[in-house]
Design a protein around this ligand. Sequence first.
Ligand code: UD1
Length: 362
Amino acid sequence: MLEIIIVAGARPNFVKIAPLIHKLLREENINYTLVHTGQHYDPLMNDVFFEDLSIPQPNYHLGIAGGSQNKQTSEIIIGFEEFLKDSAAKAVVVVGDVNSTMACSIVTKKLHKDLIHIEAGLRSLDRKMPEEINRILTDSITDYFFTTSRDAGYNLQKEGITEDRIFFVGNIMIDSLIQKIQFAQKPDIFRTYSLEDGDYYLLTLHRTDNVDDADVLTDILRAVSASIGNRKCVFPVHPRTEKMLRGTAIYKEIQNIEFIEPLRYLEFLYLQKNAKAVITDSGGIQEETTYMKVPCITYRTTTERPETISVGSNELATDLPTLKNLISKVEQGEWKTSEVPALWDGQAAERIVQKIKEIYSV
Ligand code: UD1
């Protein structure tokens, strides 16, 4: 029997571990333990995701919530060590690029366990992004790398990782989407704000670069508002962003953006699928819109997911004039046609489990 630990901490992690857990529940020779670090703790960022993704509650909860990046990281390190030091597990699986991913990776290797990273090798080359630091540090000590694209594998090889430890398995976040899109739920806000399918924009912003300065954040909102004219924009506000907006007058100033609470997974899928276009700074949303072929404008200077631009429906808006131009392209119906990247086919978790069985001969 192979014992493994799976770590999750923040909202996008839950979407990535769900398909893996569904597969492992059917495996007789692998036993998993799910550890939740507590990085995301609001019920709307957390509990409803476990329900919507149909996954069992975590086996352990470290209860680390809030604080600065480094306080959060150090507390997760201490909490996870307490848990892992008595564990008989052979390997720890981490996903994505959040603080929990990096913190638990360090503990794993210090306690001489194998480290498996799902969504390894992504690089934005922007070391001011906390996620980029998390990616580089995690991959520098990972034993087995599961990647979403060939580019990610090349990035790892450039950093000296040998090919025999890199497995191109596809995108596990898209496994979740494919399983759940048929259950997508139309949120009540359609009635509240008289929204029509295909006729509204969807906006999300939570990156430090975009939201930690109130002037930068309100300038983005003004640019969106001015560019979409009479159309509505729905803006589910992340807690980090909400804290910054609280002191501003922007809620009153802007009429065509509807500020709402974070949505559950199944409702958010509906909103994405039926949006005229999505404007975001999220990594996962660039991928989900690419799969659904919905125009996506990413308000960032770089992306660690280049195939969403070269193959998919995503474009980068590196400044406000570009953002406005891209919105007007959407309005004029001039968006590019796009394809779904290789192996984003709903089978990533299956490939990951097969490979893990091969590695550990179970
Ligand atoms: C984190 C990830 C980011 C991911 C995002 C998805 C890192 C470095 N960043 O960013 O990659 O795309 O999650 O949402 O790990 N907060 C709450 N309630 C919550 C969660 C957070 O109030 O449930 C507050 C925190 O106390 C903190 C702020 O929001 O003040 C930011 O949370 P944090 O977990 O540090 O990072 P995110 O911005 O959510």
